[in-house]
Write a protein that binds this ligand. Structure first.
Ligand code: CP
Ligand code: NVA
Length: 300
């Protein structure tokens, strides 16, 4: 494992080994043990989109590991003025030990890895959000003890989160049902691959997806970069909400997850969100532990 560009590049064993290390790092942190696995290492963090969790958890994470974060906003970098990613990659490789990048096109992340000589970590693209799903898997295992036999239902847009959840679920052996409006399905190739595994179903019926689910997951109706489609999406997605009524179709001990930021009253009601705040904020915390594990694996 040289980079984390998308979950599809990782084997099941890679994923489980990251999750095991994440559990260990969480235990060490909670018990005041700090081994500074990445002492003196420099992590550059390129952001072409906004972020709260990803930015703060990577900054705190690399600092706790004994390394140093550099926050690189695309507004300030020459990349924002058109310097090619091939050149940026080769320059940054001379200074840094790793790069985390949040951007629009998946190709940009792939190119950074191709032309650079240091590990690249995908901190979200329009296509996927692997760091989030590693934290999600860690949280599911904490709450449920296993992946085997579980059913995860994703309600909403077939977006970056849906794409990564499909890969994460299939690789760990969970069943996954995606309920989305027609025309808003996840990536076609991933849907084909997921269906071939026998673990994925895609439906336009929310109650069908939620029936008997152990884990419910949702995300915003309009992702970053889709602000112009907000009104249209509010109309199309109005039935694609987790609420007090339809949650009754899931298992009684269902856990509810959200990558955040959440829009109460849209993809999830205030009541359901607050009733499941414990798991949602444990999930947010686990970003820190899961990403520390990724950095140790890639940069040590
Ligand atoms: N979930 C997530 O990636 O949050 P941010 O956009 O705040 O980083
Ligand atoms: N789908 C959302 C996820 C945010 C973490 C977006 O891309 O904006």
């Amino acid at each position: 494992m040289k980079h984390l560009l998308k979950l599809g590049d990782l084997t099941r064993e890679d994923i489980l080994s990251i999750l095991n290390l994440a559990d260990q790092l969480k235990f060490e942190r909670n018990n005041g043990i700090n081994k500074e696995y990445l002492k003196g290492k420099q992590l550059g963090m390129i952001f072409q989109k906004a972020s709260t969790r990803t930015r703060v958890s990577f900054e705190v994470g690399i600092s706790e590991l004994g390394g140093h974060p550099l926050f690189l906003s695309s507004h300030d970098l020459q990349i924002g003025r058109g310097e090619p990613v091939q050149d940026t990659a080769r320059v940054l490789s001379r200074y840094l030990d790793g790069i985390m990048i949040r951007t629009f096109a998946q190709q940009e992340v792939e190119d950074l890895a191709k032309y650079g000589t240091i590990p690249v970590i995908n901190g979200l693209t329009d296509y996927c959000h692997p760091c989030q799903v590693l934290a999600d898997l860690m949280t599911i295992r904490e709450y449920k003890g296993t992946f085997k036999g579980l059913k995860l239902a994703f309600i909403g847009d077939g977006n970056n989160m849906a794409n990564s959840l499909i890969v994460g679920a299939v690789k760990t052996g969970m069943n996954i049902a995606v309920a989305c409006p027609e025309g808003y399905e996840p990536d076609e190739k991933l849907v084909k691959w997921g269906k071939e595994s026998g673990l994925l179903t895609v439906t336009h019926d929310v109650s069908e997806a939620m029936a008997g689910a152990d884990v419910l997951y949702t995300d915003v109706w309009a992702s970053m970069g889709q602000e112009g489609e907000k009104a249209e999406r509010e109309r199309v997605f109005s039935g694609f909400q987790i609420n007090e009524k339809n949650i009754k179709g899931a298992k009684e001990d269902v856990m509810v997850m959200h990558c955040l930021p959440a829009h109460r009253g849209e993809e999830i009601t205030e009541g359901v969100f607050e009733a499941h705040a414990k798991e949602i904020f444990d999930e947010a915390e686990n970003r820190l532990h899961a990403q520390k594990a990724v950095m140790v694996k890639l940069m040590r």
